[in-house]
Design a binder for this molecule. Structure first.
Ligand code: B16
Ligand code: MG
Length: 218
């Protein structure tokens, strides 16, 4: 039996936390007199907390001291944690458990590869933490996507060569990172945004277990 490494992004792949990031960033941006739209929020997908705040400040032509920057980051995260506090298994995106369970039944390696520093909390909330062999998140990496660090660390933690790993990602920076890591990249979302992926599906309902079987046997 072939053993492959399957690495999942979190936000936009397993759960839709982008809506909570949006609410928390919008509150913060408005509090400092900066406008923040859903279109701008799209550009923060897969981007770290520090880089996200840098972008928001740049969009609003604002400069802040180092201490203020930290305060703003903490304040956004406090609000975000309040939103995710209420999350439960009903927020898992459709058919994600079907794919995870199939991989577990077939003894494949399963890792998380997320930019979020809150990944473990979220997986606990939606009761999926036990499905993952390894967690690599924003607490473990220095370089954000499109740098391949998060996925290479995931492969290493699983003990599987990068070329035997498959990444599920919803952000174009994540697809870029997966390709830079020499992995198979599966885009979840819009084909026009994720065109560099090896395969693109709207969501996991379009991914059959036969397709996963083919990836395992490749
Ligand atoms: P946190 P992913 C990313 O998650 C989000 O897409 C991005 O919007 C967020 O800024 C980033 O995590 C950091 O999140 O503030 O919780 O550390 O898509 O890489 O799973
Ligand atoms: Mg994502």
């Amino acid at each position: 039996m072939n053993k492959k490494g399957f690495i999942f992004d979190l936000d936009g792949v397993i759960v839709d936390t982008a809506k909570y990031h949006f609410l928390a960033w919008k509150k913060l941006a408005n509090s400092i007199g900066v406008d923040f739209t859903e279109t701008q929020n799209e550009q923060l997908k897969g981007v770290s907390r520090v880089k996200s705040l840098e972008k928001i400040l740049a969009w609003g032509n604002k400069t802040v001291s180092e201490a203020e920057f930290k305060e703003l980051m903490d304040s956004k995260n406090t609000d975000y944690l309040n939103y995710i506090e209420q999350m439960n298994a009903s927020e898992i995106l459709p058919d994600v458990p079907k794919v995870l369970n199939y991989l577990i039944e077939n003894k494949q390696g399963i890792a998380l590869g997320s930019a979020s520093k809150n990944a473990t909390v979220i997986l606990e909330k939606v009761d999926l933490l036990s499905k993952f062999d390894q967690i690599v998140d924003g607490n473990h990496v220095v370089k954000g996507k499109p740098n391949p660090e998060v996925f290479l660390k995931g492969a290493k933690a699983l003990g599987i060569e990068p070329e035997h790993c498959i990444v599920f990602e919803d952000a174009s920076a994540g697809i870029e990172a997966a390709k830079a890591a020499q992995m198979i990249a599966i885009g979840i979302g819009d084909k026009t945004v994720l065109g560099d992926a090896d395969y693109v599906f709207n969501d996991f309902t379009e991914i059959s277990t036969d397709f996963i079987k083919e990836l395992i046997e490749k």
